[in-house]
Ligand binder design. Structure first.
Ligand SMILES: Cc1ncc(COP(=O)(O)O)c(C=O)c1O
Length: 438
């Protein structure tokens, strides 16, 4: 399989021999908007949404919805597009709630996650009347009950259940194991206590159960096990969930070494497990809520960098430094994430040497790609890194006072700026003079 399959669906090589997305030459975009530059392809996001909706229709006989996990990437204009496409939203902070509101989401398709939601976040969610607040722990249940009774408002909740299952992914993105900070664990009785307490409270409508196993998962079997455990737990407590959310987490390909994308297996397994449980316990089919983040958005974007200095170390490694790195993409340092790249000016040129792509930040761990076979690179050329749409910009920082990059959204007939590059003068906290500073 060709590496171009890792790029957005509308990627091509144009008459200049350059990489293009939705017909827009990446070299021209880089010279017009500067680098690092993130380019999102509308067609890829739309294709992914349609694929999942189609699979849900095919495999689940009752109502099912997609709630995009905003933490993967969110901006105001992107959220507007999602709202127009009829996707729901999983939010985790006041900032994400605010964007969802401004972008035109109906509260009935938004739910709030988080293991330590602030009173302000809970209040905002109650006031807006969202689909569900996903209760993570017993302390939060108590706080939420106080807030609800103070406002004399009944609050719709889901319980986040931790089935104490380990899945095969990087330890930093596992979330449902025995030692996880997330959710109400089944093993120690928290989950049962939370369910009993919330069912007997006049301030809660317990509309569903949720679990999230982790991220970048390619095996659907743990989803089946988790759903079986969730449903067995509900049945044991005489509770019939109206909604079940097995979270998100389905994996994407960053390089050709990653497994094939088999989202069909994911949807088929999840839908089958929920149906089987409903039949087994004689429940009406619950509404199924999937929460993909990475799967909907990762492939949609390419990160573009400009080639700078090069050197070969005494250990024999050929290093090429680019003008971004750790600050716009912390995934490599956090998870040892693997990427590949193509030269935007001549994507088909044959590779001549193994190359390590490093960033410009003051950390030895600022390595963007530990090894990729590339043609000889020339200063000023551009590297295009595919599968850059998820958990890069949303985790980007101002490390070394770097400005976060420009983000573009491209369609066949348009280039839209979703976010402009930060300017040093705009970073108010940088130039803010403390009051007692004479
Ligand atoms: C509760 C929850 N749901 C969904 C997601 C989305 O995961 P992914 O982007 O891997 O699909 C996350 C990611 O951390 C999450 O914590």
């Amino acid at each position: 399989m060709d590496e171009l399959s890792l790029f957005p669906v509308s990627t091509s090589i144009n008459q200049n021999g350059h990489l293009a997305i939705a017909g827009h030459d990446l070299v021209e975009l880089a010279s017009k908007f500067g680098t690092p530059l993130y380019v999102y392809d509308s067609a890829t996001v739309e294709t992914q949404i349609q694929r999942l909706n189609h699979l849900l229709k095919r495999y689940y006989p009752a109502e099912a919805i997609l709630a995009y996990a905003s933490k993967a990437y969110l901006s105001y204009q992107f959220a507007q597009k999602l709202a127009r496409w009829g996707v729901g939203l999983d939010v985790v902070s006041l900032g994400e709630i605010h964007i969802a509101q401004k972008a035109g989401f109906a509260p009935s398709v938004v739910h709030l996650h988080g293991n330590n939601k602030s009173p302000a976040e809970l209040q905002a969610a109650i006031e807006w009347g969202i689909q569900a607040i996903v209760v993570d722990n017993l302390d939060e249940l108590e706080l939420l009950e106080q807030l609800a009774s103070r406002r004399q408002t009944k609050v719709r909740i889901w319980l986040r259940i931790t089935p104490d299952l380990s899945v095969n992914t990087h330890p930093h993105i596992q979330t449902a194991h025995m030692d996880s900070k997330f959710g109400l664990h089944i093993q120690n009785g928290e989950a049962e206590e939370a369910l009993q307490r919330s069912l007997s409270s006049p301030w809660f409508e317990v509309s569903g159960l949720h679990t999230h196993l982790g991220s970048q998962i390619f095996d659907s079997e743990p989803y089946r096990m988790a759903i079986e455990m969730l449903c067995e737990f509900a049945a044991r407590n005489n509770y019939i969930p109206a909604e079940i959310s097995p979270g998100g987490g389905w994996g994407v390909r960053y390089t050709l070494n990653d497994p094939d994308d088999d989202a069909e297996a994911w949807v088929r397994t999840v839908s089958g497990a929920v149906q089987e449980a409903a039949i087994h316990y004689d429940w009406p089919y619950p509404r199924l809520v999937l929460e993909p983040g990475r799967w909907l958005i990762a492939r949609a974007a390419v990160a573009l960098y400009q080639v700078g200095n090069q050197k070969t170390t005494p250990a024999g490694t050929h290093l090429v430094a680019v003008d971004g790195g750790l600050a716009d993409n912390p995934r490599v340092a956090l998870y040892q994430a693997q990427y590949t790249a193509k030269v935007a000016e001549h994507p088909n040129a044959p590779p001549v040497q193994p190359t390590r792509i490093v960033g410009k930040f003051c950390e030895s761990g600022d390595v963007l790609i530990s090894q990729v076979n590339l043609p000889k690179l020339i200063r000023g050329e551009h590297l295009a890194v595919p599968a850059s749409g998820a958990y890069q910009l949303s985790m980007a920082s101002n490390y070394n006072y770097a400005a976060r990059p420009t983000v573009l959204w491209v369609e066949n007939d348009s280039v839209q700026v979703l976010q402009s590059r930060e300017q040093v003068e705009q970073l108010g906290w940088l130039v803010h003079k403390p009051e007692n500073d004479k």
